[in-house]
Design a protein around this ligand. Structure first.
Ligand code: ZN
Length: 248
């Protein structure tokens, strides 16, 4: 079982009846429902909970963290951002969604401005699979069509992705790197573009398939736990350390 935590600032749902109508259980509720319960245990966490719902215990019990934020990036405490970053470095997967491009956690892990073009005008979006052999693209068509979405356009100020899985085209003529993978420390990161709050994007079966595939891809693998710092030699050195000399 892969342990997923879906984090959402959950502010649009409270303010905008259009968003609340699409997402009566919150955007986090819709994302959480995409994961089949025979493969995943899923919990949700929101900004207004103590420690934003991301306590040490919750993060320790999370294999892959999903992040949706927009209005309230500045309200996420630096302490929690550092805590999440440390977990990513230690191997936790992180999937950053849509306007999470401007979240503190994504910006600090990327080290760039993460800015982009945008427009809310019911653009049609075609999400093209450009890495059909990638695990995140498994079971998907060549192109996912979303009839209405917010436009995000290049240039997207991110580091060159390790792998580019999806590229979007918009009816206004723009293109965008919509599915980008990174590794930071032991952790895998996937940025996935669609998911503006005024559209029911997270109910689309192909979008849900991407979310599920991303969890399989980003889940930690059980490797050795590295030991850092001063190290004793495993073999006799040509010039023994003082401690070894004393023992001779
Ligand atoms: Zn948006």
């Amino acid at each position: 079982m892969i342990r997923v935590t879906v984090w959402n600032e959950a502010r649009h749902e409270a303010k905008n009846p259009v968003v609340a109508a699409h997402y009566p259980l919150g955007i986090h509720g819709a994302i959480a429902a995409a994961f089949p319960n025979d493969q995943f245990t899923v919990r949700t966490a929101t900004l207004d909970q103590p420690e934003h719902g991301l306590t040490h215990d919750v993060l320790k019990a999370t294999d892959v963290l999903y992040w949706w934020g927009h209005l309230a990036h500045g309200e996420v405490s630096d302490e929690i951002v550092e805590r999440v970053k440390a977990r990513v470095w230690a191997g936790m997967g992180l999937v950053v969604l849509h306007s999470g491009h401007f979240s503190k956690i994504f910006k600090t892990l990327m080290g760039t401005g993460c800015d982009l073009k945008w427009r809310e005008a019911n653009d049609r979006e075609r999400i093209w699979t450009v890495a059909p052999g990638h695990p995140i693209a498994a079971g998907l068509p060549e192109c996912i069509l979303l009839e209405s979405e917010e436009m995000y356009g290049e240039h997207f100020d991110i580091p060159t992705p390790d792998e580019l899985v999806f590229v979007s085209w918009f009816s206004g003529g723009e293109v965008f790197r919509s599915g980008c993978t990174y590794q930071r420390g032991e952790g895998r990161i996937f940025y996935f573009r669609p998911g503006h709050e005024t559209y029911p994007t997270y109910y689309h079966p192909h979008i849900q398939r991407v979310l599920v595939n991303a969890a399989h891809w980003a889940a930690p693998t059980k490797g050795a736990t590295p030991v850092y710092g001063n190290a004793q030699p495993l073999e006799p050195l040509p010039v023994p350390l003082p401690a070894q000399k004393a023992a001779l």
